[in-house]
Ligand binder design. Sequence first.
Ligand code: ATP
Ligand code: MG
Length: 634
Amino acid sequence: MASAQIDYAEFYRRSIDDRDAFWGEQARLIDWHTPPARICDYDQPPFARWFAGGTTNLCHNAVDRHVAQRGEQAALIAISTETGSEKTYSYAELQREVQRMAAVLQSLGVGQGDRVLIYMPMIAEAAFAMLACARIGAIHSVVFGGFASSSLASRIQDAAPKVIVSADAGSRGGKVVAYKPLLDEAIALSPHQPGAVLLVDRGLAEAPMTAGRDHDWAALRAQHLDARVPCTWVDATHPSYILYTSGTTGKPKGVQRDTGGYAVALAASMRHIFQASAGDTYFCTSDIGWVVGHSYIIYGPLLAGMATVMYEGLPIRPDAGIWWSIVEKYRVTHMFSAPTAVRVLKKHDPEYLRKYDISSLRALWLAGEPLDEPTATWISDALRIPIIDNYWQTETGWPILTLCNGVQPQLSRFGSPGKAVYGYDVKLIDEASGAELTGPNQKGVLAIEGPLPPGCLQTVWGDDERFVNTYWKSIPGRLIYSTFDWGIRDADGYYFILGRTDDVINVAGHRLGTREIEECIAGHVAIAEVAVVGIADTLKGQVALAFAVPRDAGAVVEDAARLRLEGEVMKQVDAQLGAVARPARVLFVSVLPKTRSGKVLRRALQAVAERRDPGDLTTMEDPAALQQIKELVG
Ligand code: ATP
Ligand code: MG
């Protein structure tokens, strides 16, 4: 049942001006073993200690407390179109499985505060492992399944896990990716050695076991079928997990999250952002390796007593209707995805989206990167439900900007992820002077005045100094959290993200967001996708360079056709933004270099275009994409 409409302006104001009272109320959305002594301890800025003195447990709140009331209700719906399996776990069954996993982890020596690295495909056991860690106060570090061994090795080294939970293999588009050899290689590369490896054998690939170190999940589970493992009450400030940022702008940062603040923030977001309640069904298409997966596949929906869909597979296999068939079958009420996934669907007939009864679906939330207008319009026309953009970061754990309860979707504000979310004291700051920009339509760095609200990062894992220096010291003269994104706010308080601060280009004294140019080029009918970067230019300081993926590759085979399209694109930019924004070149490619979470690696594009070293590429999806760019720029 959705909560009644509220006066959002007043709700927001209270969250900032009457912070402790506001969050004290939200804290009642979860169970506490000991109630918090203080709501927000900000005695040592920028380190915020939310709900300090209170003790609670994430797993208790996500699983156990629901069992009495809705033990037989669906909690986890695990679907794999890769292996053709589908299984629903009720809250009571989930509680049993999590206890088995917790008992096995304990038998391997895991206790409170120990780290457990989870390198898993999107299968139910990955959720059991995360929740089992939370249950016993262990800190999980989920690493995207299938990451290369060098990326995995650096995360093993950083978190120093006692145990690694993994599987024989994942599968993507019908292609099996063996994880165990990658894991063995990573362990060999890492100076830190885990005490044990727990392996879920799906029977997909050979998984050579190292005697004494590697254990089979099925065998150990069988020894703990009746396990009763009580939840360990931990301090609200006890770390629940470590999770790395996507690495779009450089070396990924290890975000450390607390327990109590995160539980309260997510429970509150389910109510005030998603207007969801117990019994609803949530389908988030992300991966547990990303923050969206942590917050909105696992913890958020379960904290709210909802059923959550965990899906292993592509959005277009067996065909582009698969997601919507899941919505129909399970009466999904809330869906969360990313623009990059919608762009994949967009290459297929929209009829696939209309074949199923999706009347249960209330809205689709999209996050992760700018939602361009053609993509938003296409999905909105195809589904005919509200499409809600929301802007946040791995660091924050839940949305910073979106449309909360009480703010109606404004179709005229396409391109805006909405207003500042309650709890976030969002400011726009002039990069050079550090002054706050208070007028409408001024461009500045999107920053957040401390303390960050509950649920945001406590620090960078093992590196308080990096936390302070990276996030809080970039703006001259003041201690304020920088998102490193650039934006504007209109007179009604709607924000627009213009791109990352790294992506602002300065052409002969004019500051332009690459996103503005990309939006304009993406509007051309012949262009499927585009990335714009600024490159050094002796005359103008910087010029824009565009890398575009044509909708029809055949259209740019001939030199003449390529030049014609390039000319058309330039004309479009001239007409809409002015000649200063016109890219010096529009280069056509078949694919853009992206992170595994689907973000365009503009810094790598820029480096290659400027013939520099592209830096840390460990999170890159397809190395061939960058090779193509190298050849193009010569
Ligand atoms: P790294 O910090 O390692 O460079 P990253 O910033 O891509 O990687 P994430 O935390 O996954 O890591 O992504 C957060 C960023 O994604 C935001 O700072 C913003 O640039 C972008 N982003 C997320 N959602 C939106 C959105 N709705 N609109 C525009 N940009 C978005
Ligand atoms: Mg970032």
